[in-house]
Each structure stands twice: as structure tokens, then as C-alpha cells.
Ligand binder design. Structure first.
Ligand SMILES: *[C@@H]1O[C@H](CO)[C@@H](O)[C@H](O)[C@H]1NC(C)=O
Length: 493
């Protein structure tokens, strides 16, 4: 019953794709839906909204542990271009599995694309959000080496981030994409579990590719990765300081349209919606009345954790849902767009391609494994993590000279630039005042204003024009230039 109810609401839920899901706006909810407004129905919506249809909610495989050897990496080179392209060796495209040591039998899948430019380019890891969505969404639709056509042919992406980096795309947390386990206790629930897994993976990755250890290293990603990225940056920095294993040459981390500091970002929704003409002043006044309740609940989550965090998420989501109930069929990843029919964003080509037997075999993926683009199970397991404030570890990283770039496409509602700007400006660190008073500069691409930039020392905030939630998809050239000049320390020159 809940299922068919949500299906009739598809016009709204379809716009809601990938990286985030939320409950439906109250005015669209029938009473039967309100009762079914569980994590499960929230998660199911994410799948439908992206035109994604994984058969299974998560990659937990039945059987014994399949010869699990803790800490082992198994990697192969592959080519999606067949005989028509460069040789497999020249291409430097790798796909692999890493057996997570702190698990019963979890295997983490990743792609590694060597730079098309030069091997001593930085190593970059990209993390897609969800929580629970595979990084292949970025690989094929944002900043990966190739784009995918409707006939499932691939073409080089001129603005793939492998034009300026050696880039890793990882399916995580466990259960996402082609990552899997035989044991459902391997599903992660918090940033500690996630960042430890990624840190262990990076250690083994650099052991397998020692020629890249000396390269600069950057952590990047989008949306819910606004949680993963600072957590991983802190974990890597800690490992370096404590001389754990290989020193990872961490130089910076970049968060794109992320969710990092919820107690600031949720209350920014009404202002952003008012400024962009999505709601009226009267509606703004009305919706803003729920802000204190949200802030209170979010603060309780920070001190008490556990169930109180799930409660805070439910409370704070009401702000967003109230706006959506007024906005109707708006695409809340890009407010310039309406979400009509099922084509808001359609990532089904990726799913079809990755489930082809010859593709799986080229990637070293077992034929009986299905690609889980966004896992409902992984999403649900993270509900107590959403409202956590991941800004808390960032000042220490800045003081250690590790750079942070927060960038945001200005047309995104769900992780809008305003909320991101607010937490970046509110952050307490030694450069706070200098950052606050920094002059706003133009970010120019091909002689055209592509964004506005504030910068001081290791901290930069970039608002990207004419882009929604997925900046590298909407402004591929600007996104590549942003990455390269930021890594070179030239973003503000
Ligand atoms: C697939 O589609 C693209 C774009 O429409 C086209 O250029 C290409 O030739 C097609 N490939 C095949 C094998 O049909």
C-alpha cells in the first residue's frame, strides 16, 4: 500500500534523485503515506527518482565468505574501448577489489584511472554521496574519463578529472555499487567506520602502486560526501602524524554541494528559497517558525547522539519538505529545471552498462553480482549519522596547512550555496577574520565569469554560476579548471 501510494507521487519523488533523499512534502502525503513514512519508503523513493532499479537493496551475497583474505587487493587493467582504442597498458585504467580488514568479509570495489596528462599529477579520490550511492554516477555523468551514450557507447570526456589527476572512484560504504559482503554486520553506521575503511584502502592502494606515493593527494566528492570527506581527511592526517603505515601526501580536500554542518545548513533553506522566488515572504515567515525546533533537536543530537539524531533529522527535514510542497515539481538539485516525467535525471544507461556480462567480466566483477547504484539498506543504516556536524574536525586540518575548497553550484536547493557559505564563514579558526574580510574575486573561465571566490590561506569558498547540485555535470570545463588551479594553488590568482 505504501508502495503504490509513493508511486502515484512519482512526479515529486522523481525529481529527487541521487545523493540525498527526503520525505515527501506534507501536502502531497496522504494519511496512509504518513504512516508509511519510514526510512524504508524514503529509501525506495531515491531508487525510483533516479530511474534506478536495482533488483536488490544492497549487495549482501549469500554463501560462505568466498575465500576472503583480509587486507588483500586484487586489481586488473581493463579497456572499455576494445581494439579501437589505445592499448590496455597505455590506458592505465584499473578496476579492483580490496578486502576490508575490519570486516567479516567486505570487499570494496574501485576504479583507478591514471592521468591522461602526466603520471606525477596528484592522486585524487572521489566520493559520491547518498549515503549509499556508487561513485559510478560521477564517473559516467560528471568528471570521469568518459561519457555514456544511449546506445551504451562511451566517448572520452574532454573535461574528465583524469585530465589533471590520477583519480580513484570508490564504491562505498560496503553494500554500494559493486562493493559487497557475505555478512550484513559489515554495513557501516557512522563516519568512524567509513573513514577507517577508506584509510585502510588507501594504505593498500599505495602499496600496490608505490610509484604514486610521492604524488600530492586530494580528497574530493559531493553531497553526502560533505560528511565523508572531512572525516577521511582527519583520519589520513591522524595516520600521518602517528606514523601509521605509508605517509599519504594529503594536501587538501574539496567538498561540492555538501552536507557538512546540518545545524547551520537546514535553517538556510527558507532564506535560499525566498531569495530565489520559490516561496513568498509570508510562506518564509511561516516556515521559519520551525527553525528553532530544528536547531534545538540538532544540538541535542550533537550532545546525545543515537536516537536523538534520527529524531533531529525528521524534525529538520520538515523545513525542506514544507518548501517542496510549495515548489511542486521543481528539480531540487537544480531549481532552473522542472522535474517532468521520469527524465529529471536519468542514469539508467549506467545501470544497464554495468550489468552487462562482458563489462562485469572486464572489471573482474563476479557475474552473479548486480550493480547497486544506490543502496536503500546502506542509506537506512546511516540515519543516525546525518545530523552530525562534520565541521568540527576541519579547523585542526586548516591549522596543519591542509587546504579546503568548499564549492557549490548556485542553482542547487538541497545542499545550497547559502547554507554552505554560512557554515564556512561561521567556522572558528585562526584565519576566520581574514577570510570574512577577504575580497570577493571573479572565477573566470574562457574570459567569462564562471563563479565568485573568497579565499584566505588554506580556505576557499567558490560559488559556481549556472550549475546545480552536480557541478562537473553542468559546468564541466569550469569544474576541471577549478580542480586544477586549486591543486596548483592558483585558484585565487
Ligand atoms: C552511439 O551513439 C553515438 C551518439 O549518438 C554515435 O556517435 C555512435 O556512432 C553510436 N555508436 C554505435 C555503435 O551505434
Amino acid at each position: 500500500m505504501a508502495l503504490s501510494t509513493t508511486l502515484t507521487l512519482s512526479q515529486v519523488s522523481l525529481s529527487l534523485v541521487l545523493f540525498f533523499f527526503t520525505s515527501l512534502p506534507p501536502s502531497y502525503a496522504t494519511s496512509s503515506f504518513v504512516h508509511a513514512n519510514s526510512q524504508q519508503s524514503r529509501a525506495e523513493k531515491l531508487i525510483r527518482s533516479f530511474n534506478l532499479s536495482p533488483k536488490d537493496p544492497v549487495n549482501i551475497v549469500k554463501g560462505d565468505n568466498g575465500g576472503f583474505v583480509s587486507g588483500k587487493i586484487v586489481e586488473k587493467e581493463f579497456s572499455f574501448f576494445g581494439d579501437s582504442g589505445p592499448s590496455i597498458e597505455d590506458l592505465g585504467h584499473h578496476a579492483g577489489y580490496y578486502s576490508l580488514p575490519n570486516s567479516k568479509s567486505a570487499r570494496m570495489f574501485y576504479f583507478f584511472f591514471e592521468s591522461r596528462n602526466k603520471k606525477d599529477d596528484p592522486v585524487v579520490i572521489w566520493l559520491t554521496g547518498g549515503p549509499g550511492c556508487g561513485s559510478e554516477i560521477a564517473l559516467f555523468y560528471e568528471n570521469g574519463p568518459f561519457h555514456i551514450f544511449n546506445n551504451l557507447s562511451l566517448a572520452w570526456n574532454d573535461y574528465g578529472w583524469d585530465q589533471g589527476s590520477n583519480i580513484l572512484f570508490v564504491d562505498q560504504p560496503t553494500g554500494t555499487g559493486f562493493s559487497y559482503s557475505f555478512d550484513d554486520t559489515d554495513i557501516r553506521h557512522d563516519e568512524a567506520g567509513i573513514s577507517n575503511d577508506l584509510y585502510d584502502f588507501l594504505q593498500e592502494f599505495f602499496k600496490a602502486h608505490p610509484e604514486f606515493i610521492k604524488n600530492d593527494f586530494y580528497i574530493t566528492g559531493e553531497s553526502y560526501a560533505g560528511h565523508y570527506i572531512p572525516a577521511l581527511a582527519s583520519r589520513v592526517n591522524q595516520g600521518n602524524k602517528e606514523n601509521q603505515g605509508i605517509h599519504i601526501n594529503l594536501k587538501g580536500f574539496a567538498i561540492g554541494n555538501g552536507l557538512t554542518n546540518p545545524v547551520i545548513q537546514f535553517p538556510a533553506y527558507p532564506q535560499f528559497a525566498l531569495d530565489n522566488g520559490i516561496i513568498t515572504k509570508a510562506e518564509y515567515d511561516d516556515i521559519s517558525k520551525s527553525i528553532p525546533k530544528c536547531e534545538q533537536a540538532a544540538k541535542t543530537c550533537e550532545t546525545q547522539g543515537g536516537q536523538s539524531c534520527e529524531y533531529a533529522l525528521n524534525i529538520c527535514e520538515n523545513i525542506f519538505n514544507s518548501i517542496l510542497s510549495i515548489a511542486g515539481d521543481i528539480n531540487y538539485y537544480d531549481i532552473r529545471k522542472k522535474c517532468v516525467g521520469s527524465l529529471c535525471y536519468d542514469f539508467s544507461n549506467m545501470e544497464t552498462l554495468l550489468n552487462l556480462q562482458n563489462v562485469k567480466s572486464a572489471l573482474g566483477v563476479s557475474d552473479d553480482l548486480k550493480f547497486v547504484s544506490c543502496s536503500t539498506t546502506v542509506y537506512e543504516a546511516m540515519v543516525q549519522d546525518w545530523m552530525k556536524n562534520l565541521e568540527v574536525g576541519i579547523p585542526a586540518l586548516l591549522e596543519d596547512g591542509i587546504k579546503l575548497l568548499v564549492y557549490a553550484g548556485e542553482e542547487d536547493l538541497i545542499c545550497n550555496w547559502l547554507g554552505n557559505s554560512r557554515w564556512v564563514y561561521a567556522m572558528e579558526w585562526s584565519g576566520k577574520n581574514a577570510f570574512e574580510t577577504s575580497q570577493t574575486m571573479k572565477f573566470v573561465v574562457d574570459g567569462v565569469d564562471a563563479g565568485s571566490l573568497n579565499s584566505y590561506g588554506p580556505l576557499s569558498f567558490l560559488k559556481v554560476y549556472e550549475a546545480g547540485h552536480m557541478v562537473p555535470m553542468d559546468q564541466p570545463k569550469a569544474a576541471l579548471q577549478m580542480l586544477k588551479s586549486w591543486m596548483e594553488g592558483k585558484l585565487s590568482t
